[in-house]
Design a protein around this ligand. Structure first.
Ligand SMILES: [Zn+2]
Length: 327
């Protein structure tokens, strides 16, 4: 018994140390960012030849984020946050008019599974939400996005509601491609559900007996700029990318006769914060404090310079994990 409690104590300490290291790293980065004036335009010159799809998005200006130096206290929970509070979904811009707004035609329910095993204990890791790319969708489309941490599939759609009215964005074998749906099917969609959790959690979720009652859909995927989950196949998407591609495919099918060239970028700001993070990292490694340092998370991620090959492992996002498994 004694030994067990010692072990638990040790694990608790390790956990604390990991947390402390994270805080220190963040403070150092914040400090670096405060000392310099970030100018993304230098990236354009360096990266002409190797553009990512992120560079082609129609996004609001990042100036408000660049000028937001250091952290601020969330007006509601008083916690120190950067850019927005991921618990209260409140942007921290001085002028709220600088926060992009995306007018979504369909309601979105985001399921973020919070419990995870850590040193053999189940816990609610706070950083899970702070690292989740999908939370930003609630900042740019607050009225249409709902974030939940518990979800009962049977409650998603009432029995008298149309089968096509609620769709789950997940690439099962029977999932229908959004770009190939009929006009009637598209018109019936009232809510899209997206899950943000690891493969194991997703597997557990999909084992619920009534998951068959929900229509599954999938998107056309492209290379991702996903960086948080380190070296994984380029087909893997961040959850926010998956949501963005859903709305893009929906619009291309519904309003652009299936021609991607006609899509006008109206949903691009869903990726506003995600793109900003991408640009910040690019800047850090091309012009900033990590200039000439190796980027170990993903090969060829930093554009405009050569990256050495590295191999690291980490858990992957749920979306498309299924495709991965088949390979
Ligand atoms: Zn808050």
């Amino acid at each position: 018994m004694k030994r067990q409690s010692n072990t638990m104590e040790k694990k608790g300490q390790e956990e604390e140390e990991v947390k402390e290291q994270g805080v220190q790293k963040r403070q150092k980065l914040d400090q670096n960012n405060q000392e310099k004036k970030i100018d993304f335009s230098v990236l354009n010159e360096r990266q002409d030849q190797q553009q990512s799809y992120i560079d082609k998005l129609k996004l609001n200006s990042f100036n408000a984020l660049i000028e937001m130096k250091g952290r601020k206290d969330c007006p509601k929970c008083k916690c120190s946050r950067k850019y927005f509070c991921y618990d209260c979904y409140i942007p921290l811009n001085d002028d709220l008019a600088t926060v992009p707004r995306v007018d979504l035609p369909i309601e979105v329910t985001v399921y973020i599974y919070l419990l995870e095993l850590y040193f053999n204990r189940l816990r609610h890791p706070k950083e899970k939400i702070s690292k989740s790319s999908i939370v930003a969708s609630k900042i740019v489309a607050p009225e249409k996005v709902q974030i939940v941490h518990e979800m009962d599939i049977s409650s998603l759609r009432d029995d008298d509601e149309d089968y096509d009215s609620v769709v789950l964005l997940f690439p099962t074998d029977d999932a229908q491609e959004v770009i190939k749906m009929s006009e009637e099917e598209l018109a019936k969609i009232k809510k899209v559900v997206i899950i943000d959790c690891t493969w194991n959690q997703t597997h557990h979720f999909l084992k619920q007996a009534n998951v068959k009652k929900i229509k599954k859909i999938k998107i056309q995927t492209e290379k991702t700029v996903f960086w948080r989950y380190q070296r994984i196949s380029e087909a893997n998407l961040a959850t926010i990318e998956a949501l963005y591609y859903f709305f893009r495919d929906y619009d291309v099918n519904k309003n652009c006769s299936g021609d991607y060239a006609k899509y006008d970028g109206k949903y691009d700001n869903l990726l506003y914060y995600y793109a900003f993070n991408y640009k910040l990292i690019q800047y850090e490694y091309v012009e900033g404090s990590k200039k000439d340092k190796k980027f170990i998370r993903m090969d060829n991620y930093i554009k405009g310079r050569d990256e050495p090959e590295q191999d690291t492992k980490h858990h992957k996002p749920a979306y498309l994990a299924q495709n991965d498994k088949k390979e």
